[in-house]
Design a protein around this ligand. Structure first.
Ligand SMILES: Cc1cc2nc3c(=O)[nH]c(=O)nc-3n(C[C@H](O)[C@H](O)[C@H](O)COP(=O)(O)OP(=O)(O)OC[C@H]3O[C@@H](n4cnc5c(N)ncnc54)[C@H](O)[C@@H]3O)c2cc1C
Length: 327
């Protein structure tokens, strides 16, 4: 590992001051589970680490919703009574992350900002688009876990489980930089790769921090969150979905359907939402909406199976949200 300086600021203002305008020169470190692994693999080589575990790690009420400090550990998100009551899909996503050790160490800020798990990106030998190279190795390579939506130029999938329910619940991220704070909707925070910004996954500037996630009042929404993995633990999902349903009697008034691990960003399906609107939830309407959610998927050479996995995740999340049994 390349030597680095370590800064331990007491507050968010000092933490921002210790960052740098230069990309990846100084990096915030939360639990360090993603960042330290990348540093040990020579994928990321910052000169300075800025500890952000001293930032706000609490949950406070805000306009009928909740404001979650980015230093909060995932275990605390999973076990927080108000988060569980008001945003069950957030708690469900948090409890499924990795292992108890990972949830005890990983922070909300680190989870949302963790870098892709693509094995080409994580291997220093492969200088892909994300590391300043001029190609993505996955289309002709081992692409079992890569994107089925998005059409490149990089085919990573976004690795954060929390990001998906945050988008579904229409969360806002508070970012703090040298010029002060700015508020960015979760849906606008994560960016699709283009040739110009392919090295990044979000709009965070190198000298900014994610300090809070602000969840709006949840209203009367029912939620479902369903993840599919190879292993029950110690793994990222192959595909997953968060579904929110606003019901008018027995029919759907409005829906939010967001998929994870299928695209470089949390992938919202308005086609699935439209398919649900005005309908009662039945196994047939859930299956039709899941079919709509995967329309337009473009699997790579080795990941066509993900289409069916994602479809199942959406269908089961819809049934779960409606309180129906999952076959
Ligand atoms: C076996 C295994 C299974 C896993 N399964 C899952 C899973 O199912 N779902 C899932 O989501 N994750 C999973 N993970 C990943 C794990 O959850 C993340 O590595 C962890 O959440 C990162 O949090 P951290 O605080 O340790 O981040 P760090 O490693 O400290 O930081 C990660 C990145 O975020 C940046 N960062 C940290 N805090 C901030 C901040 N406040 N503002 C801006 N940038 C910041 C850092 O600079 C770094 O680039 C798994 C990990 C392992 C090892």
């Amino acid at each position: 590992m390349k030597p680095f300086a370590y800064v331990n600021p007491a507050n968010e203002k000092d933490a921002v001051a210790a960052l740098s305008k230069e990309y990846e020169k100084a990096l915030p470190i939360g639990g360090g589970q993603d960042l330290l692994a990348r540093m040990k693999d020579y994928v990321t080589q910052p000169d300075r680490l800025v500890n952000v575990k001293n930032l706000d790690a609490t949950v406070t009420r805000a306009n009928g919703g909740l404001r979650i400090g980015s230093a909060m550990k995932m275990v605390d998100v999973a076990e927080h009574a108000e988060i569980g009551r008001m945003y069950p899909a957030v708690a469900a996503a948090a409890i499924e992350v990795g292992t108890p050790q990972i949830r005890n160490q990983g922070t909300v800020g680190g989870n949302v900002n963790q870098r892709p798990r693509c094995w080409y990106f994580r291997n220093e030998e492969f200088v892909c688009y994300k590391k300043g190279g001029n190609r993505c190795f996955s289309p002709e390579g081992e692409n079992q876990f890569h994107a089925i939506f998005g059409d490149g130029p990089s085919y990573i999938v976004h690795p954060s489980s929390l990001a998906v329910p945050f988008v579904a619940y229409d969360a806002t991220f508070r970012l703090l930089g040298p010029k002060g704070e700015r508020m960015v909707k979760a849906a606008d925070y994560f960016t699709m790769p283009t040739k110009e910004n392919v090295q990044r996954e979000n709009v965070l500037e190198p000298d900014e921090l994610l300090t809070h996630v602000i969840l709006p009042a949840p209203g009367n929404m029912k939620s479902g969150h369903y993840e599919v993995r190879y292993k029950a633990s110690h793994d990222w999902p192959i595909a997953f979905a968060t579904v929110l349903l606003a019901m008018n009697g027995s029919t759907v008034q409005g829906a939010r359907v967001v998929m994870g691990a299928v695209a470089p960003v949390p992938w919202r399906s308005q086609a699935a939402e439209k398919a649900l609107a005005g309908k009662p939830i039945t196994p047939a309407s859930a299956a039709a909406a899941a079919e709509a959610a995967l329309t337009g998927a473009e699997p790579l050479s080795r990941n066509a199976y993900k289409v069916q996995v994602a479809k199942t995740a959406v269908e089961r999340a819809i049934l779960q949200a409606a309180g129906l049994p999952i076959a």
